[in-house]
Structures are given as structure tokens and as C-alpha cells.
Design a protein around this ligand. Sequence first.
Ligand SMILES: Nc1ncnc2c1ncn2[C@@H]1O[C@H](COP(=O)(O)OP(=O)(O)OP(=O)(O)O)[C@@H](O)[C@H]1O
Ligand SMILES: [Mg+2]
Length: 289
Amino acid sequence: MNTVELTGVTKAYGSTRALDAVDLSFDRGITGLLGPNGAGKTTLLRIVATSIAADGGEVRLLDRDPHGSQAEVTAIRRQLGYLPQELGYPADMTAFGFVEYVAVLKEWNDRRRRHAEVRRVLELVGLGDLATKRVARLSGGQRRRVALAQALLGDPRILVLDEPTTGLDPTQRADLRRTLSVIAGGCAVLLSTHQTEDVAALCERVVVLASGTVRFDGTVTDLVATAVGRVWTCDEPGPDALVSWRTGTGRHHVVGGTPPPGADPAEPTLEDAYLLMLGVDARAAHVPA
Ligand SMILES: Nc1ncnc2c1ncn2[C@@H]1O[C@H](COP(=O)(O)OP(=O)(O)OP(=O)(O)O)[C@@H](O)[C@H]1O
Ligand SMILES: [Mg+2]
């Protein structure tokens, strides 16, 4: 049994096909979900988080039906943590109060155990010292970590994180990576991001989604390997490159197309491979550094 099993999952909003016959299964470990804006990442994550239902196909979570009996749904939700892409906070709550509020909803009824758990997850995200501060007075990155803390309540077996690194500074991102690598041992972590470095640093598996369909599903190494021989460093831009830009060294980084004269083969990065995988879609989405 896989922890998460999606078969032929489809979801439409009016005439927009957000997901089109997606087959994916996940077990322990961290999977990174990459894809341009509108690819269907949030839609997929919301389905796994039981926040919305698919229109078609089958979804099994922990070998249960997320739209089955109330008992089945509750059994799944008890073992599920979800960090939505956007989360509204009651302005006058403290960080502790907000995470405790979610813990109450998750039926942590014993007050002492609940408080200990809230303190534990706030420590995990490095907010132990700010627990009594009002959420409205925290910085954007700190608020994002409060949201992450509530997702970690109760050591979930399925952890769904929609853009967890957005708004975090490099130190916080490194901390998040450490936290996730510690907890991922017994848990299926599914995270979306626009940062290929996060995926390269964290995920053993990567899924590329575009226009509601799976374009790639495999290891980070295998995705990077698809770009070998298609990336160069040279003194001029590539004539027919997918993307090329002048780097800080004054030379051009050329991805795709034919190599300009005097081009030196370059070691591809995950970002290069991702851009090549998306092809023309990537041109509009990519803003060269
Ligand atoms: N509630 C909704 N009502 C109507 N259309 C929606 C709704 N949610 C998503 N969509 C559409 O479904 C498609 C997929 O959206 P989704 O939010 O899943 O993309 P995403 O990959 O998460 O994008 P982003 O990187 O911008 O977060 C888009 O075309 C979007 O406009
Ligand atoms: Mg999204």
C-alpha cells in the first residue's frame, strides 16, 4: 500500500482543466513538485490534503477513501499536516494561540499534552522565543513558520507543503531543510516550490507538472541527466537557445539550441533541466538572474 495513491485524477474549474488524468503515488520521503504558475500544483496538493475533491479518478490516502465515511475522513486528517499556499490568520492571536487553535481542531483534547505539542512544533520551526508574540506583529517569514508549525502537529504521516520556502531568508530555508530531513524518515512529504535549489537540496524525487499533466517523475539525478550535452558556457548568447543569459563572469550561460562557436560544455543544473523539460513554456516563465 502506498501512503498516497492517485489514479487518473482530474479536476476542472469551469473550462480550465487544472489536473488531467494524473497518476501518482507517494510513500516515505520528500517529493518536490515543480511547475510554472497555473500548472496545477496547488490543486493537486489540496486534493491530497482533503481540502477539495477530485472530479474524476481515484484518491486513496493511507489506504482509505478521503470522501468516504466520516470516520475514514477523520482517520486520514489526524495523520495529515497541510501548509496551504495562502493562510489567513486571526490578527489578534499569538503564535502559540494560533497553533493551539489548530491543535484543538485536530482534537488534541488533553490540555497539558496539547500545550507540550504546540511548544514542540514551535521549537521545531525556531519560534520558541516568539510564541507569545501576536501573529500580526511577526514578519512575513516568521508568519510562514507559524503556518508550518501547525502542519507539523502530531507527527503526520502525510505532510503537504504548498510553497513552504516562499518568504524565508536563506538561514530559515536551511533550517527548514534540516527540519524536513529529520522528519521525512517516517512520513510522505509532498512539497511544491518554484526554487529548483530547494528540490536539489532536499528531495529524492521530483515531479514536474505543467498544464495539469505530469511531465516528469523520477530522481533529481535523472532529471539533471536529461540536460547533459545541452548546456554551454560561451562568449556570446546562443543563436537559437531556449534561454541564455550573461552571467556575472561576463560569459553567457546557454541552455538548449545549438552551441555557438567556442562554446564550452557546462555541467547542467536542475534548473537547466527543468527549463529544457518545459521547453517553450519556460521562456515566458523564466526571468534570467
Ligand atoms: N478556485 C479556482 N477557481 C477557478 N480556477 C482555479 C481555481 N483554483 C485554480 N484554478 C485554475 O486552475 C489552474 C491550476 O491552478 P493551481 O493553483 O493549481 O496552479 P499552481 O501550479 O499552484 O500555480 P502557482 O505556481 O501560481 O501557485 C489555473 O489555471 C488556475 O487559474
Ligand atoms: Mg500554487
